[in-house]
Design a protein around this ligand. Sequence first.
Ligand SMILES: C[S@@+](CC[C@H](N)C(=O)[O-])C[C@H]1O[C@@H](n2cnc3c(N)ncnc32)[C@H](O)[C@@H]1O
Ligand code: SF4
Length: 434
Amino acid sequence: MKKAILLSLEVDRQADGRKSLGNASILASLDSHNIPVKNIIIAVNSDDFNVNRITEEVIIYIKRHESSGDDCFLCLGLYVWNEESSQTLIRQVKQRTNATIILGGPQVSYASKGKLEAAYPGVDIFIRGYGEKALVAAIEGQHENVAGIHLAGLPDKGLQADHSLEDLPSPYITGLLPIVSSIHWETQRGCPYACEFCQHKSADNRHKVKTFSYEILEEEARLFAQANVKRISILDPIFHHSEGHALRVLQILKDAGVKAEISLQCRLEMLTNDFLDALNGLKVDLEFGLQTAIRSESLLIRRGNNMKTAAQKLKQLKQRQIPFEISLIYGLPSQTLESFKRSIDWCHQHGVTRIKAWPLMLLRGTALYERKEEFGFVESDEAIPLVIQSNTCSIEDNKKMAELANQLNLGQLEPNHLLAPEYGVEQDVIFYRA
Ligand SMILES: C[S@@+](CC[C@H](N)C(=O)[O-])C[C@H]1O[C@@H](n2cnc3c(N)ncnc32)[C@H](O)[C@@H]1O
Ligand code: SF4
């Protein structure tokens, strides 16, 4: 009998009890093909995480099943934060068991063609792209039917597994993911943009956006309403990129009687009156990634923020009293401590009361990852490496940015206190023209 061990080494960022939707979606797919699964989810940043202990547990489990004649498949999702632990675990499992090791996740999806075997010795099968159907095919031995499956040692085509989302089983409807008070939800995947720091663009650069089945979304929304869910974080990279889709999902939520607070990732410049009107009757919290208010910086990361339109949209949001937050990134190419302060000032001057700021991460497959030398990026030596220095920002200034970010994230930075005396109307004018 075939037996899958689905091991998710995650980062517990929220500490709110939410289980990973990605893991559950793969679990639901394996389950719908009657592949028995041992699902193990562990946070690598928890105090009691110990890679040797989990490795021993996995090996004991595999050996027990191998001795009863089972074929075991160890399936791992590789992320920037679990590279080291995964490598240790893979090495041991390979040496001491006969399990087939299957590796997927962004670190594999975004790895260059022909580079996987050397980077991850011991792995038998690699999956680039969506894992749901490809993993089933890999375990069932139907590799040739699915793009994105690469068998170690054979020519690497560098393709991505890319399938419709419409017929994927729902982890919520199947009951594999409990509906708790705060949940994650997906209604579509992919992003049509290509911001240079972001992994959300499709790995093969085709920027496809795919939607889940509306029938399934309707049934899930009814379940969320019945369970009296308090918060739904919709993970779609840009929820309203297709207005037709956004309006339909908002209507589904209203029809189902969902009372939860719904957080949505949106883009300021793309807000329309129809979309804003459709939010009426729902308790929403909009999250906008601005990243920088300095146009030249936004152009360098292929973000191209239109600050005039962004300012108009902020005005509309305030007039309509729609709650929202804005996120910035520090450590960006050409950014300085001073320009980061100007981005914060811009938000404050436009009445933004909730600002979040995050350190730049160089994620595999993104353009900034490839331009590390050009921008003089230096990264920290942590599980999730962060940019701590660049051509235009010293380590000391980066620390000051981190302090400001910390204050912002805690809601403790008073508006306008950063304004340098020389940063007045004149600079403002220059800034708008930029
Ligand atoms: C998943 S993204 C989606 C944002 C939204 N689609 C947008 O473009 O406004 C959410 C936020 O994560 C942060 N983020 C994404 N990639 C990042 C990176 N490489 N380094 C630092 N922060 C990043 C950004 O602040 C971004 O706004
Ligand atoms: S930051 Fe947002 S808009 Fe840009 S590529 Fe990522 S998801 Fe798309």
